[in-house]
Design a protein around this ligand. Structure first.
Ligand SMILES: Nc1ncnc2c1ncn2[C@@H]1O[C@H](COP(=O)(O)OP(=O)(O)O)[C@@H](O)[C@H]1O
Ligand SMILES: [Mg+2]
Length: 243
């Protein structure tokens, strides 16, 4: 469903993504972990065509998106939902308007249907009845949940999670992690989670890739990664690199 072949990306002569190969099947939950600044968010943007690759191919459902024009990219992106780091809600819009936004802009649904969907998605993330709140009135965990409701508003096939639990306390993190797993199980969505928080990937992913020096190490499972003898992985697990 998703295949990256030798994808590279530099910024101002700094090589950040140095040749990433990755295959993700439908319904899989994979995590990409690595220290801050290693290029995880960049990789997600390349995947959705929000940023252009320097070289390499990004295949989504048998189409190489690096060859697409703006119109094709826009259509392709409707397959994706993205939970941004810091939730990235629109501050001037209510919770309901935030979730309704992609339904209006992308799906152009009739108003009654939009309201029904907003209600349904808020119920899903356990934020029922909060339609009229402003983002500033919500806690960090609640903002993430609204961000998730907005990400799933259009029922995407693939959900990208950028640091879904960063900045949340352990209980709120667990709550978001449970939602990620529930969403994957109930809707069979493919999930790609990027984070530097090791606890999150152990609870949410089937397959874990460590990003190092712009490439991905061979995949681990939540079990294997904890028993790994690779010194870099051991240091990461122990929290030494997870800054
Ligand atoms: N648009 C951009 N222009 C210049 N540098 C960028 C840009 N986006 C990311 N970078 C740089 O690329 C590196 C990786 O960034 P990022 O993908 O955000 O890392 P991560 O998400 O793993 O913390 C950082 O050094 C960052 O400063
Ligand atoms: Mg990032």
């Amino acid at each position: 469903m998703i295949t990256l072949k030798n994808v590279t990306k530099s910024f101002n002569g700094n090589s950040i993504v140095r040749g990433i190969d990755l295959s993700v099947s439908e319904g899989e939950r994979i995590a990409i972990i690595g220290p801050s600044g290693c290029g995880k968010s960049t990789l997600l943007r390349l995947l959705m065509g929000l940023q252009q690759t320097d070289t390499g191919q990004v295949w989504i459902d048998n189409e190489d998106i690096t060859q697409m024009d703006i119109k094709q990219l826009r259509r392709m992106r409707t397959k994706f939902g993205m939970l941004f780091q810091h939730a990235a809600l629109f501050d001037s819009m209510t919770v309901g308007e935030n979730v309704a936004f992609p339904l209006r802009e992308i799906l152009h649904l009739p108003e009654a249907e939009i309201q029904a969907r907003v209600k349904d998605k808020l119920l899903w993330v356990e934020m029922s009845g909060k339609e009229h709140r402003m983002p500033s009135e919500l806690s960090g965990g609640q903002q993430k949940r609204v961000g998730l409701a907005r990400a799933i508003a259009c029922d995407p096939k693939i959900i990208l999670y950028d640091e879904p639990t960063t900045g949340l306390d352990p209980i709120l993190s667990t709550n978001i992690e449970d939602l990620i797993v529930k969403l994957n199980k109930e809707s069979h969505t493919t999930s790609i989670i990027v984070t530097h928080q090791i606890s999150t990937i152990l609870r949410t992913a089937d397959k874990i890739y460590l990003m190092r020096d712009g490439v991905l190490l061979p995949p681990e499972t939540p079990e294997s990664i904890q028993e790994s003898q690779n010194p870099y992985i051991k240091e990461f697990i122990s929290g030494g690199l997870a800054s």
